[in-house]
Every structure is written in structure tokens, then in C-alpha cells.
Design a protein around this ligand. Structure first.
Ligand code: HEM
Length: 411
């Protein structure tokens, strides 16, 4: 079997649209968590599930999550940290995003306690390992076991009670005693409403919801770390622009899109040819060949993004038709469903935002709130990148909050 590696932006974009290349990035993750989840399905089965789940990504639903759910979660999570005058970005990001992601997936918090949140935080960190199992160095079995254990806890403590509540709500709606608008707005409800057509076994439903929990939170937290880093570096280099960024959400969103471009959460997509396929670089992938589609390299293609493609430059001019975040959210049949939630409304080139109808996205919203809270680097603690995995990820990023002490008062 041959391995093909595509790196040029136009090749990467085209390859993601080829129908005979099947998802293979999660072959290891499928054995424990991702079996029959949307991202691993292919062909007609994938199309039918995706069409259904897309209903939950309607603009009014996304607005509801950005405007009604996120602000409360953000303030609730920030308040004790503001009082303490410090926070750590990765832990903070997870605390906010896990609750948004479970709401979106259709999982109810049962007890609303700190212990419950700690448990979910641990769970998502463990689920996150499923996505990178294929790249793990060493014996994967202990990691698989850890994932299975957490999936068992997820099923017992969260999934089954959430299914029951939704079945009851759907039954009440079918009986005419609950208006449709009062049904929960989440993936699990959409799937349960269509159970008869989809014939999903309970463990498939469970995996799908767990996958949405993972996909919704993990990637956004990874992106938040990078964005905060770039924003702080920018403000250190251009102190006069900090007030502008604190006031202008569109500007922070532009920074977010540039940061997404440089640091795709998934540096590569991976596919297996299920039929002989001509690749966009002219080579032939024969059935069974693997194609590595390099999103990170494509996003740094100088022929598209200019000679400074590898640098952070949120003010760069883009060629017509190119997204400012590059190919970070994928393209084609598996293109990210959650892009509008994470990145908001994406403008290309000189496009202007539509009045009153523009979303900022969770990642830029959280980062801007941190700037407004006075976020700055903690001189006493260096941030750290995660050296255990291949992709660049901040694993620890401490910040100070509140007004900085005047220079003369500093110790
Ligand atoms: C910064 C945040 C995010 C990034 C960078 C990102 C990136 C991606 C990428 C690259 C893919 C395509 C994978 C492939 O082609 O193999 C993908 C798929 C997907 N993403 Fe995201 N994602 C993000 C946030 C989200 C959120 C917030 C959600 C859900 C609420 C989500 C749900 C999904 C789903 C369901 C798929 C699978 C779609 C399919 O296979 O049809 N993502 N994402």
C-alpha cells in the first residue's frame, strides 16, 4: 500500500472533495469511541446522518448558543477566577466549553456540582485521547482501557438519564401536550426524534453524542490557547491597540481566524482510497492506499497566503474566495459542522459583515472577554506546550487578571 502526502493548498482542498477517499484518521479511535460516529461514516450512510444533524446547526440555534448559553457559562466560570486575580487558559477553556458542548450534544448536567464538572473535565481529556490514538507512541491498550472506563461512566451517569428525559419530552410533544419549540435543541433530541428512520443502536447513539461532546470542546480549547497567545504577543508589541481589541469584537474575530489558519486542531486529514483515484497532484491512489492531506502545510502555502504565510498577520490581504482561516475546518463531505459555532460568521476577502446578523464565534468571544478582564502573562510562570503529542498545543497557559499594578508599585 502506498502513502500519498498532499500539501499544496489547491490539492488539499480538492482532495477533501473526492468521493472515493474514505475517512481513516480515526481508525484506532473507532475501536473505542468513534465507531459509527458521523466523522467515520462514508457514502450514503454519512450523507443521511449529516443531513439530519445539520438541522441543529441552523443559524437561530447557533445564535441561541452564542447569545443565550455562552455568556452565562462564561461569567459563571470567570467570577471566582477574577476574584482570585488569575487563571490558567486551558483549564478555564475546558470549564466553559464542556458545558456548552454537552448542552449542544444533548447531555444534561445531573447535579450541577463542582465534582460533576471535575468529572466531565477528566472525561473530555480522556476522550480526547481517542482522536490521537493512531499517533500514540507505545502500547495503546492502557489508554483504550481508560477510554472504555470513562465511556461507561458517561453512559451510566449522563447519557441514559438524558435519553430518558428526551424520550419523555418527545412523547409529550407527539401527544400534543408540549409545543415543538420547547423540545431540547440538541443532537440527541434530533436523533431520537428520527429513531425509526435511522435504526441506531443505543451504543451508536451514545458514541455519537460522546463524539459531539468531544468535537465541540476539545478543538475549541486548543484554538483558544493559540488565540490568547497571539493576542497577548500582539498587545505587547502594539500596546496602543489593546483598547481597540477590547472594544471591537470583529477585530478579535479576525485575529481568531488568522490563529485558526496557523494552528489547525487537526494538522492533517487522512483518507483511504476505496477505489482507484486520480489525486489532484496527478498521482494515482490505488484501492487501499492512504492519502495524508496536510491541512497545516496547506495553510502555510505561500502561493496562496503570501511570502509571510508562516507568520501571524491578521491584517493580511487574502485572494478572492479564500477563507481567512484557510482549510482548518476541512472541506467536502466531512467539512466541520461546528465551524459557525467556533468561528462565527466567516467573511472572505473584502466582504463586510451583515448588520445585526453576524456571529463572532465562541473562541473569539471567550478570548475577548479575557482581554477585557485585564488578562496578561504571569511573569512568575512560563506557559508550556504539550510535548507528548505531535501537534503544537498549549497545555498550560497561566494569566493574571484585573488591573496591572502601576510600575512603581510592583515588587
Ligand atoms: C476550532 C474549532 C474546530 C475545528 C478547528 C474543527 C475542525 C474540524 C475538521 C478539520 C473537521 C473535518 C475532519 C475530516 O475531514 O476528517 C471537522 C469535522 C467535524 N466537526 Fe469540527 N472543528 C471545530 C469545532 C467543532 C465544533 C464546536 C463542533 C460541534 C459543535 C464540531 C463538530 C464537527 C463534526 C460533527 C464534524 C464531522 C463532520 C462530518 O464528518 O460530516 N467541530 N471539524
Amino acid at each position: 500500500m502506498n502513502l500519498h502526502h498532499l500539501k499544496a493548498y489547491p490539492h488539499v482542498e480538492k482532495a477533501l472533495g473526492l468521493p472515493d477517499l474514505m475517512q481513516s484518521l480515526y481508525d484506532e479511535g473507532r475501536k473505542v469511541l468513534m465507531d459509527q460516529t458521523l466523522v467515520t461514516l462514508h457514502g450514503e450512510e454519512h450523507r443521511a446522518r449529516r443531513l439530519l444533524e445539520m438541522r441543529i446547526f441552523r443559524r437561530d440555534f447557533l445564535r441561541f448558543y452564542e447569545e443565550d448559553v455562552l455568556p452565562g457559562l462564561l461569567e459563571e466560570t470567570l467570577a471566582p477566577r477574577l476574584a482570585a486575580g488569575r487563571l490558567e487558559v486551558v483549564e478555564f477553556g475546558y470549564r466553559v466549553m464542556i458545558h456548552l458542548a454537552i448542552a449542544f450534544a444533548g447531555i444534561d448536567r445531573q447535579r450541577f456540582t463542582d465534582e460533576e464538572s471535575d468529572g466531565l473535565l477528566h472525561m473530555i481529556r480522556v476522550f480526547g485521547k481517542a482522536a490521537t490514538l493512531g499517533q500514540l507512541k507505545g502500547d495503546p491498550e492502557p489508554v483504550r482501557q481508560e477510554i472504555r472506563e470513562q465511556l461507561g461512566i458517561f453512559e451510566r451517569d449522563f447519557f441514559l438519564p438524558s435519553v430518558q428525559r428526551r424520550r419523555d419530552a418527545i412523547a409529550a410533544w407527539r401527544a400534543g401536550s408540549l409545543p415543538e419549540e420547547e423540545l431540547p435543541r440538541d443532537i440527541l433530541t434530533v436523533l431520537l426524534r428520527n429513531e425509526d428512520n435511522l435504526e441506531l443502536a443505543s451504543d451508536v447513539l451514545r458514541n455519537e453524542v460522546a463524539f459531539f461532546f468531544l468535537a465541540g470542546a476539545h478543538t475549541s480549547v486548543h484554538s483558544l490557547g493559540h488565540l490568547v497567545h497571539h493576542l497577548l504577543e500582539w498587545c505587547e508589541a502594539h500596546p496602543e491597540e489593546r483598547a481597540l481589541l477590547e472594544a471591537d469584537a470583529l477585530r478579535v474575530q479576525r485575529f481568531a481566524h488568522e490563529s485558526f489558519r496557523l494552528h489547525p486542531s487537526s494538522p492533517v486529514a487522512r483518507r483511504r482510497a476505496v477505489a482507484d483515484t486520480q489525486l489532484p497532484d496527478g498521482s494515482l491512489a490505488v484501492t487501499g492506499d492512504t492519502v495524508v492531506i496536510d491541512l497545516r502545510q496547506a495553510n502555510r502555502d505561500e502561493s496562496v497566503f503570501g511570502a509571510d504565510a508562516a507568520a501571524f498577520n491578521p491584517l493580511r490581504r487574502l485572494p478572492t474566495g479564500i477563507f481567512p482561516h484557510g482549510i482548518t475546518f476541512g472541506s467536502g463531505a466531512h467539512a466541520c459542522l461546528g465551524k459557525a459555532l467556533a468561528a462565527g460568521t466567516v467573511l472572505r476577502g473584502e466582504q463586510a459583515p451583515a448588520e445585526g446578523n453576524h456571529q463572532i464565534g465562541t473562541v473569539a468571544t471567550i478570548a475577548q472577554r479575557l482581554l477585557r478582564a485585564g488578562a496578561r502573562r504571569d511573569p512568575a510562570q512560563e506557559p508550556r506546550v504539550d510535548r507528548k503529542i505531535e501537534r503544537e498545543t498549549w497545555e498550560f497557559y497561566p494569566l493574571l487578571l484585573g488591573a496591572a499594578a502601576p510600575a512603581g508599585d510592583r515588587a
